[in-house]
Design a protein around this ligand. Structure first.
Ligand code: HEM
Length: 243
């Protein structure tokens, strides 16, 4: 918080002092934080989805790819340094995304503490109304997923040298409930992305009903493609296409 002088405010012959927020804490600043961190997370999601699809190229190729992930940046950087840099950036992005969303939601509630007496509540799309709980479910899923496929703690095989084997063991037909859980998490992610992408496209595009319709369709296509790209892997294992 800092102080500025507001020459335009009504005054009685002297300058009125008003309180303003530092730019990053203003609503616009927080929305920019949401957008920048959201873009970083989406970029990771796109690359991770494409990487997962390498499972269809066979065990050797997939394991080679997974080991290469640890060596990105070598020999300039020592092995795994890039990976840890990426993990740090993603963690900071997730925390900043959640903090900015929470502050914005609190401010929106504080601005209208008493409900309108005679107005029907404005109902946004299903995706818009489920952003908060969707976000919580996605966070819990990511924690489970890291313990499952990165550390191997919750994986039936958990062999760090054989990520292909870990994925195949994870989504084996008798463990159908794991695929079900992943499906629910990925669909939740899809709704979250659809609304996030819609807000971003709408801000960038034409501010007209036509522009809004286009933004809505583009966001839907993006979310469906990403969901399908993720879900095809567990379902390929479940159905025996990948074994
Ligand atoms: C549903 C299909 C998915 C599959 C088959 C899958 C597969 C994997 C595998 C095999 C790894 C370990 C990579 C390695 O250490 O070599 C991994 C790591 C990870 N996945 Fe996924 N994933 C899926 C979905 C997701 C989703 C939807 C998210 C995010 C919302 C996600 C976020 C992560 C993260 C953050 C890591 C840790 C990366 C690191 O080690 O720094 N994954 N995933």
């Amino acid at each position: 918080m800092h102080w500025t002088t507001d020459q335009s405010a009504p005054s009685v012959g002297h300058v009125v002092i008003t309180k303003t927020r530092s730019p990053i804490r203003s609503n616009v600043g927080l929305k920019a934080v949401m957008a920048v961190t959201g873009i970083l997370l989406v970029l990771f999601l796109i690359v991770h989805m494409l990487g997962n699809l390498k499972i269809f190229t066979g065990e050797t190729s997939f394991d080679h790819y997974a080991h290469w992930l640890r060596d990105i940046g070598t020999p300039l950087l020592p092995s795994t340094w890039y990976l840890w840099l990426q993990r740090t950036v993603l963690t900071v992005a997730v925390v900043a995304h959640i903090v900015a969303a929470t502050v914005l939601a609190r401010r929106a509630r504080a601005a209208r503490p008493v409900k309108y007496a005679h107005r029907k509540p404005v109902r946004g799309s299903y995706a818009a109304r489920t952003m908060r709980w969707g976000g919580v479910i996605i966070l819990l899923f990511v924690i489970y997923h890291i313990l499952d496929l990165t550390t191997g703690t919750l994986n039936p095989v958990g062999d760090a040298s054989n990520p292909y084997g870990n994925v195949v063991a994870d989504f084996a037909p008798e463990r159908w409930y794991v695929t079900l859980f992943y499906t629910l998490a990925v669909v939740t992610l899809g709704f979250h992305l659809r609304h996030g992408a819609f807000s971003a496209f709408r801000s960038l595009g034409q501010q007209s009903p036509k522009g809004e319709r286009r933004a809505r369709s583009a966001a839907l296509v993006f979310a469906v493609v990403l969901c399908a790209g993720y879900l095809v892997v567990p379902f390929a294992v479940l159905t025996g296409l990948v074994s």
